[in-house]
Ligand binder design. Structure first.
Ligand code: SF4
Length: 391
């Protein structure tokens, strides 16, 4: 991935796109959300320009209904504090269970220098702890802790609490803060993500699980970058991450190990694409800017192709605008509104109207559409039969 800042013509183009619109720095959630829809050029352009999409969504007349409620944030903080209480006793037990770590090994080092300030009844986040060191100091502490762990220092920490990892996103520096990192398990580092959603009978909400996995993959990517910068083997950062959740309805912490290799590859590709913004610009009209009067902003955004998916509703601020646009495209809307599996199954057919016409035989398939058309006609016949000949 290219990590240098965007310069010259590219920087000018980004500035022109953004105008006076407010900007936003990336964090782990926004970087992870990039991987939710890697094929969307619209999101790529907006993110490369660093535009605050919440503001853009409001100007478009489709305010974002996206983000965590204060209640969910508070519950998450209480759960995390409980897992890390008593010098990380519960966390050590869980890491021993799933990774075979020694529960009595080493210390839990808080990079904030404020461990224990948020007890189970005090839902303060690490971002609002009083007396918190600056970001660069926290990055320096993270670096030092990693080097000590890698050198086999017997006094090095076993668990790093709220490390801070720098990451360049399209030439802008972002700071990512994993919940914790297990530093000394068979010479490898493991990212630990603590989420308060429940695993019930071994299953979790697929959307929440996917989002947590993508976020953890972003941390693995940033941590590998930092390891490389320190002269350590990036492979020492494991792609097996530890997810700590609540078990059933009892709120008792439970840990599972998840392999994030697939999400890591997607994140890398997406970040590389953001850095290579020239490709994204190739198709854009000269002089395009999103900083226009409210009645013209929809037309400006529509100049950049989107790839709407139902997943966008939980991952992108522009989802309501893009859904509305996708439903209105062609005759009956784009097939993307029906989800990735349907879009994949209908490969080459872009709108629902065409799919319906192929299904009822009112439209002849074009070259390459014959197989899909046969399946659609078969599905139509089955539907007709199931409805007793009235469908
Ligand atoms: S909501 Fe729109 S801009 Fe955002 S990822 Fe989906 S299609 Fe792209």
């Amino acid at each position: 991935m290219r990590t240098t800042g965007t310069t010259g013509a590219i920087a000018g183009r980004l500035e022109q796109l953004r105008g006076e619109l407010p900007t936003r720095n990336h964090n782990a959630r926004t970087v992870a959300a990039l991987a939710a829809n890697p094929g969307c050029a619209r999101r790529g352009v907006l993110d490369a320009a660093g535009i605050e999409k919440t503001v853009l969504a409001e100007r478009l007349g489709f305010p974002a209904r996206y983000g965590r409620s204060p209640f969910a944030i508070g519950r998450g903080n209480v759960f995390e504090a409980r897992v890390k209480a008593d010098d990380g006793r519960e966390l050590r037990r869980l890491l021993a269970e799933v990774l075979g770590a020694d529960p009595d090994d080493g210390a839990l080092l808080d990079v904030d220098g404020a461990m224990g300030s948020a007890g189970p009844t005090g839902p303060t986040t690490s971002t609002d702890r009083p007396g918190r060191p600056g970001r660069e100091e926290r990055v320096a502490r993270t670096r030092e802790a990693l080097l000590r762990a890698a050198s086999g220092d017997p006094d090095a920490c076993a668990i790093l609490d709220h490390p801070l990892l720098p990451l360049d996103v399209a030439g802008r520096r972002a700071y990512l803060e994993p919940d914790a990192m297990a530093c000394r398990v068979a010479g490898r580092l493991h990212v630990v993500e603590i989420k308060s959603f429940a695993i019930i009978d071994g299953s979790a909400d697929p959307g929440k699980l996917a989002s947590a996995t993508r976020q953890a993959a972003v941390y693995v990517h940033a941590l590998r970058g930092l390891a490389e910068e320190l002269g350590l083997d990036p492979e020492s950062v494991s792609t097996d991450i530890v997810l700590v959740c609540a078990q059933d309805f009892a709120n008792r912490p439970i840990a599972v190990v998840l392999d994030v290799r697939r999400e890591l590859a997607t994140t890398r590709r997406r970040l590389a694409r953001l850095s290579g913004v020239e490709e994204l610009f190739a198709e854009l009209p000269e002089g395009l800017t999103f900083d226009v009067a409210e009645e013209r902003v929809g037309a400006a955004v529509a100049r950049v192709p989107a790839a709407y998916l139902p997943d966008c509703l939980s991952a992108c601020e522009l989802a309501l605008f893009c859904r509305n646009e996708a439903r209105g495209c062609g005759t009956g809307g784009g097939v993307g509104t029906l989800g990735t599996s349907v879009r994949g199954a209908l490969g080459g057919i872009d709108d629902i109207g065409t799919a319906l016409a192929l299904a009822d035989g009112t439209r002849a398939p074009e070259p390459g559409q014959e197989d899909v058309a046969r399946l659609l006609r078969r599905a139509q016949a089955l539907r007709h039969e199931a409805l007793g000949g009235v469908g």
